[in-house]
Design a binder for this molecule. Sequence first.
Ligand SMILES: Cc1cc2nc3c(=O)[nH]c(=O)nc-3n(C[C@H](O)[C@H](O)[C@H](O)COP(=O)(O)O)c2cc1C
Length: 214
Amino acid sequence: MSAITELDVSKLTVGDAYKLLIGAIVPRPIAWVSTISLEGRLNLAPFSFFNGVCSNPPSLLFCPVNHADGREKDTLRNIREVKQFAVNIVSEELATQMNQTSADYPPEVNEFNVVGLNPARCVKLDVPRVQEAPVTFECELLEIVKVGPGGAGSGHVVIGKIVYAHFAPGVYESGRVQLDKVNPIARLAGMSYCPVREVFELPRPKLPPPSANN
Ligand SMILES: Cc1cc2nc3c(=O)[nH]c(=O)nc-3n(C[C@H](O)[C@H](O)[C@H](O)COP(=O)(O)O)c2cc1C
């Protein structure tokens, strides 16, 4: 078999494009998103198409992608209705419960109960947060951007403004988040995850000052 060195990605099936994304964009942090429906049903699910956006305003994004049968995720529906959500960070100790909450439960199932987690009150939102999480960001919806034609594999970018944060004891010290206290996991391809143990530092490059002639 010849070695593949390039791909016309537009010709891939939705499934193979997904495998390419989750194989090459690694490691991905995990947003464990808690929401509530208008009727008051609690929901909790993980999303690894997730990152920060900017610090003015402090903001983040994550991407609920439609199910293979084209259905939208319960998380997205709840955020459309309530305009709020909480992003809980997943520590290694919470990995099994996080994974369990990714099952395709019907909207009426409360994943907090299924996995035995405590829904704690948020301060500025009506949605629940995961009491056991090392970090939680309370978010108000800024924008939902639709990506793709809809149906299977298409998705949305959900952008939220972070309005409040919660930390487990010792996690936020001297204005810094203590990585060893968060002990986060990240998602790789397939069923694989990694902890963050090996860390190295690179000082940012310093450019020489502009010369007097400039
Ligand atoms: C670690 C992990 C990361 C995931 N990342 C995403 C993601 O970025 N986008 C997505 O749509 N689904 C993702 N999923 C799948 C959802 O968690 C799953 O579809 C879940 O049932 C959605 O729940 P909901 O319908 O209650 O919102 C991920 C699952 C796991 C285990």
